[in-house]
Each structure stands twice: as C-alpha cells, then as structure tokens.
Design a protein around this ligand. Structure first.
Ligand code: SF4
Ligand code: F3S
Length: 104
C-alpha cells in the first residue's frame, strides 16, 4: 500500500484523489488517508502530490503514518474528486511538527 504522511496536513492539495484508479482516498478536515486494504499499489498518486507527502509502505517515512491511514480510512468519508484546498496550503508546505495539527 501507499501511505499519506505528515506533509499533507494543512496542505491537502487533493491532486492525489483525481488519479487513483480505485478511489481509495478518505478525507478528514485537513488531511487525507489511503485505505490500505483497497490500495492496489499502482503508485500513480505518489508523483502527483505537490507536497510530496505520499510514500510506499516500504519507505521509512511511512512508518509513523501507516496506523493513521488504516484507522481513519474506516472513519472518514471517501473522496473521489478534488475539492477546494486550504487557502494557506503553500505556507504549510514543508513545515515541521504538523502531526500535532492533524484534525481527527
Ligand atoms: Fe490509489 Fe494507486 Fe495511490 Fe494506491 S498507489 S492510493 S491505488 S493511486
Ligand atoms: Fe495530501 Fe498530497 Fe493528496 S497534500 S491531499 S496527499 S495531493
């Protein structure tokens, strides 16, 4: 599976949902997750994310985020089309410490 990680928080560009062939993204208020049971590992979302927040589960940058993706993909609603991203998304791109800002 692929995993959405910290830099998506407050950036939430949503370009990823437009390319996913199996519509396995789920949306929270300021973050998206991938359902690990539905992702077919095609990899097309990874280069589409302007925040470079998506990695394969084999990447060490995914480690702390796999549980979060698995959990919230069963709680949050499915998203299949790009909505309006946060107005200040570029200001948050690359900032550290965004894990604490994830709206659950
Ligand atoms: Fe969807 Fe493919 Fe990304 Fe998995 S790797 S979330 S199937 S686009
Ligand atoms: Fe997040 Fe990147 Fe998608 S910022 S919403 S994973 S395009």
């Amino acid at each position: 599976t692929y995993v959405v990680t910290e830099n998506c928080v407050r950036c939430k560009f949503m370009d990823c949902v437009e390319v996913c062939p199996v519509d396995c993204f789920y949306a929270g208020e300021n973050f998206l997750v991938i359902n690990p049971d539905e992702c077919i590992d095609c990899g097309v979302c990874e280069p589409e994310c302007p925040a470079e927040a998506i990695f394969p589960d084999s990447d060490e940058r995914s480690a702390d985020w796999m549980e979060i993706n698995a959990k919230y993909s069963t709680i949050w609603p499915n998203i299949t089309q790009k909505g309006t991203p946060p107005a200040d998304r570029e200001e948050w791109n690359g900032k550290e410490g965004k894990r604490e800002m994830l709206s659950e």
